[in-house]
Design a protein around this ligand. Structure first.
Ligand code: ZN
Length: 203
């Protein structure tokens, strides 16, 4: 198993409509294992294959210590509506409120290629919708109104404070292993001071 790098917004693979998984061979099993490890390391609630640069309709989700692997998923039923907090590993440093169905029924194949149906609610339902969006090249910030009210997560603010301090005394500090933050929305879309707690990234 290996942790793979997670692509961030701006990478074209995140904007492709992913292809169906047709063979559930050893390379897919290896990909699934790597995706689970990458999701846990991030950490995130889920991860879709395009986020690690593989344009296939495949995602992993872990809620309440239960891992769900979905290949070629389809949402066949949606019930209710709410606006949970949501973040994405491919949009680091931000979170927002997205309108999601409260409950969904998803039809998919498991990692061996066997068909199954899943009735989900709460965080699992939210994660399913988030990951299936990824397979269609969609990010949560594309949902109506989300970008206008995006919020910064706390770690980014702390990092910026460190960078400002470093810039002040002429000794920029670069932390190893950290990718430079890429800002997806225009700066004026981000409220400067809203001390809200940051939710966990969905995936
Ligand atoms: Zn995501």
């Amino acid at each position: 198993m290996a942790v793979r790098p997670i692509l961030v917004v701006g990478n074209p693979v995140l904007r492709q409509k992913a292809r169906k998984v047709s063979q559930f061979d050893r390379s897919i099993q290896k990909l699934v294992e790597d995706m689970i490890e990458t999701m846990r390391a991030a950490p995130g609630v889920g991860l879709a294959a395009p986020q690690v640069g593989v344009p296939l309709r495949l995602a992993v989700i872990e809620v309440d210590e239960e891992v769900t692997v979905i290949a070629n998923p389809e949402i066949v039923k949606r019930t209710g509506e709410y606006e949970p907090d949501e973040g994405c590993l491919s949009v680091p440093g931000f979170w927002g409120h997205v309108t999601r169905a409260e409950k969904v029924t998803v039809k998919a194949k498991d990692r061996t290629g066997k068909d199954f149906r899943l009735n989900a609610e709460g965080l699992l339902a939210q994660a399913l919708q988030h990951e299936i969006d990824h397979l269609d090249g969609m990010l949560y910030i594309d949902h109506p109104g989300v970008v206008d009210e995006l919020k910064r997560t706390e770690p980014v603010r702390r990092r910026e404070a460190v960078q400002e301090e470093a810039a002040g005394n002429g000794e920029p500090r670069v932390r190893q292993g950290r990718r430079p933050r890429r800002t997806p929305p225009p700066p004026d879309a981000v409220p400067a001071d809203e001390p809200e707690l940051s939710p966990e990234a969905i995936g």
